[in-house]
Design a protein around this ligand. Structure first.
Ligand SMILES: [Zn+2]
Ligand SMILES: [Zn+2]
Length: 307
């Protein structure tokens, strides 16, 4: 009886260490991706005064890596942008929550590897619940993350970002997710109303939410020192001389494509770089950090981030 118990305790540890010998070891145990929806680079890091992102620019940026040459090279709308972030593939996916991505997500790769790993998608926009599943044979309806999107899931409508932030803190303390995607509806939501003031307020507010998440990661015993954070946008917005300017987005102009990128974690360097990268490289890098099967991921690992 005792001998069996000993073997059952020791064997998984041995197997684990054997299988890890051939792989690189990282300090990161958890990954959080934070997405600010439809923020234009020229009102965030691209504005040298950083006037609308005071928390990020003065209290966070120095601790990680900012890449000033980061792009969405696929469709510059919300669901396609998020699909690139979660699957590592650019897909011309419907933008109103009517179809799931074709390819599996990093959440599914994680849960396929470890069925007990908690993984969450938390977003103010209900339509992003489609990111929880995919269409690929052998992956559809399997290894799905937990979802907390919109007022009450797909078709329920958008909720305020303060509610999303509150849900995020509840989920983090209750479930300790290993992989989390947190997305806000601002400043995209206000920009579409064509109010410049509300658009700017959306940027200032999301800067505050980022700061609160940042402080949580620094102070929580489960996450502190072993969590990698990515902050980016799903897409930008038109340049002032394109279409209706900041109000809209969706084409290939530099305003829509050029977005923010920040990475922070125990395995990463610090500094500001200008290294041409794109949205699909985020999931590729996460499959490296968490040592996941990246079967369909087309992005490239951002080795320049690592120590
Ligand atoms: Zn939009
Ligand atoms: Zn544009």
């Amino acid at each position: 009886m005792k001998k069996t118990l000993l073997i059952s305790l020791v064997l998984p540890i041995m197997l684990n260490s054997c299988s890890k010998d051939s792989l690189k070891e990282y300090k990161t145990e958890n990954v959080i991706i934070m997405v600010v929806d439809g923020q234009r680079y020229s009102e965030s890091w691209g504005d040298s005064t950083h006037q609308y992102i005071p928390h990020f620019s003065t209290e966070i940026a120095d601790f990680g890596i900012v890449n000033t040459a980061f792009y969405n090279n696929g469709l510059t709308s919300t669901v396609p942008g998020f699909t690139a972030i979660t699957t590592g593939v650019y897909q011309e996916i419907n933008n109103s929550g009517q179809e799931s991505p074709i390819y599996p997500s990093i959440f599914q790769y994680l849960i396929e590897k470890d069925s007990t790993a908690p993984a969450w998608i938390i977003n103010s926009k209900d339509k992003l619940a489609v990111l929880g599943n995919c269409q690929q044979t052998n992956w559809s309806n399997k290894y799905m993350p937990l979802l907390d999107c919109g007022i009450d899931g797909l078709g329920s409508g958008y909720r305020h970002d303060t509610l999303t932030l509150a849900r995020f803190f509840n989920v983090m303390s209750e479930y300790h997710p290993k992989l989390t995607l947190l997305g806000f509806r601002e400043p995209d939501f206000s920009a579409h109303t064509n109010s410049w003031d509300d658009y700017i307020e959306g940027i200032i507010n999301t800067d505050e939410y980022i700061y609160r998440v940042w402080n949580y990661i620094q102070n929580d015993p489960h996450y502190s020192g072993r969590t990698t954070l990515f902050i980016t946008n799903d897409h930008g917005r038109h340049l002032d001389n394109i279409g209706d300017g900041f109000k809209s987005h969706g084409d290939g102009c530099d305003g829509c494509r050029h977005i923010n990128f920040f990475a922070y974690g125990p395995d990463f360097k610090k500094g500001v770089i200008n290294h041409s990268r794109e949205l699909i490289d985020i999931p590729a890098t996460i499959t490296e950090i968490l040592q996941l099967n990246a079967e369909y991921v087309e992005g490239k690992i951002m080795y320049e981030l690592f120590e």
